[in-house]
Structure formats: structure tokens, C-alpha cells
Design a protein around this ligand. Sequence first.
Ligand code: C2E
Ligand code: MG
Ligand code: MG
Length: 266
Amino acid sequence: TDLRRAIYFDTSQLAVVFQPIVDLRDLSLIGFETLARWKHPEKGWVPPDQFIGIAEETGMIVPLWNFVFAEACRHLVHWQRLRPPGATPLFVSVNLSAVQFFYPGLMRSVGAVIELTRIDPAWIKFEITESGLMENAEAALQQMESLKSLNCTLAIDDFGTGYSSLSYLQKLPVDDIKIDRSFIMNMHKGSENREIVRIITELGRILGKRVIAEGIETELDLHVLRQLHCECGQGYYFYKPMLPEAAEALVLERTRQMLAHEPVQA
Ligand code: C2E
Ligand code: MG
Ligand code: MG
């Protein structure tokens, strides 16, 4: 009931935060992942794993997602204007739960926001989990192709935790593979996780997909990932998810550094 109130009657309780994604080679900023937050009037900030599930079961994920997506695009338009001339534009990624991904009105919502914001769809990325895709592999492939036809980009989220087969992965029109945090977290404890990360990175290279590591928390994580030639990543070692104002300040700071030709420090 509280969530319904927030989504339908008081969207000031809803918010998005953005986690920067960096190129691990030179630590340049390449984009942001959008993460939903709910500020409950009494309970305070509620993390997404406590309300996304409820929103999915009740169908409220549709209006919730529309809010998140519109916010992501609105901020992206603004950030692109703050970039120095000639710089590669930033991307913004938005998570799509299985329910939302298969929702028949998805394409219409996406098209409407693209038209309204006049955003270049090439800089919008959708993250879909492996398990979400496997719920209905054939329909998933079709839906992904529809999103690709708008010129948006796609990522498989939490890769390695689901059961997608290699032949299925090869067929999917995804641009990026995001390695699940659980593999990065214990990478140096045993060599097993490190090997898994190495193999996923190699797989990405063979299939021509960009690999993004999630949950980089230490300098050692970064060091190992660089050794494995993993290209991109996000994690608390660099940045925690941040409010839009902080994301804007970061974009501005990076613009200043680029114009001054200053190298980036972790
Ligand atoms: P995700 O898409 O895999 O997002 C990454 C999660 O890992 C985020 O948690 C982020 O805060 C956390 N994280 C990032 N770096 C680190 C790190 O270095 N260490 C640790 N321990 N954690 C890190 P968050 O924001 O709690 O989101 C959890 C999940 O909720 C997301 O996982 C995503 O699946 C889902 N979610 C968030 N926003 C949305 C949304 O708008 N729609 C849908 N459908 N799902 C969402
Ligand atoms: Mg994600
Ligand atoms: Mg993930």
C-alpha cells in the first residue's frame, strides 16, 4: 500500500541514483548505471531488493520503471551538454526486470521518452539479467531485437549466475556482458573465481562483446582485472551510487580534467 502511494500519488518519494562506470585502463568515465531508490516517509531509504519484487508482482513496476527511465534520460541529456567538444558521449544504463522487459508497452514507452528528450538512443543501455532472459528465450530474443532496432544498446546483467548456454549467448544481440559481483568479490581468495572471470573476459573478446566487471571494491580487484584485460567496471573502489547532483559534479570535473589534459587517479 505504501509503495502504491509512492508510485501513484507521491513520486517525490521515488528517486534515482547513478553509479559511474569507468574504463579500467585509464579510469576515464564512460557512463552511469541508474538504480532506483524509494524514500519511505517513516522508514527512510529502502533498497531496491526490498521493493522491486513487490512492484513486479503487482504490476507497479511499469509506472515505476517509466519514472526511472525518464529520469535517466533527462539527466543524460544534461550531462552530454557538459562534455568537452569531441569527447565520446556518456551512456546511461537502466535495469529491466523480466516483467518490464516482456511488457507489451515497453517499446512504446521507450520510443516516447526518446522522442521527447531527443536523445540519441545509441547512448541508452538496457540491462537484463540472464535469468530474466531464460524465462522465455525465444520471446526474449525478439524483444531484444526490437530494442536494438531503435538503436539502443543491451547488456546482460549479473552474468555467470544464470544458466544461459553458450550457443544462446552467441545468438543474443547484446553489446555488453556484466560479470556478477560474486565472482569479483572473491577473485583472489581462491584461483577459481579468478579463472571464471578470466574465461568470461575471454568469451567477451571472442564474441565481440564489451565486458564490465561489477563490484570492484579494492585496488587488488582492479589490479587483477587489468591483468585479465577486463575493459570496464564499476564498484565502491571507484564510486558508490550517487545522487544526480553528485553525478553532475563528477561529469563537470572530468570535463575540466580532459580540457586540462590531466590524468585520472583512482
Ligand atoms: P544490479 O543491476 O546488479 O546493480 C548493482 C548493484 O550492486 C547495486 O545495488 C549497486 O549499488 C551494488 N554495487 C555496486 N558496486 C558495488 C560494490 O563495489 N560492492 C557492493 N557490495 N555492491 C556494489 P542496488 O542499488 O542495491 O541494486 C540492487 C539490484 O536491484 C540491482 O542489481 C538491480 O537488479 C535492481 N534494481 C535497481 N534499480 C532497479 C530498477 O530501476 N529496475 C529494476 N528492474 N531493477 C533495479
Ligand atoms: Mg544492473
Ligand atoms: Mg548486476
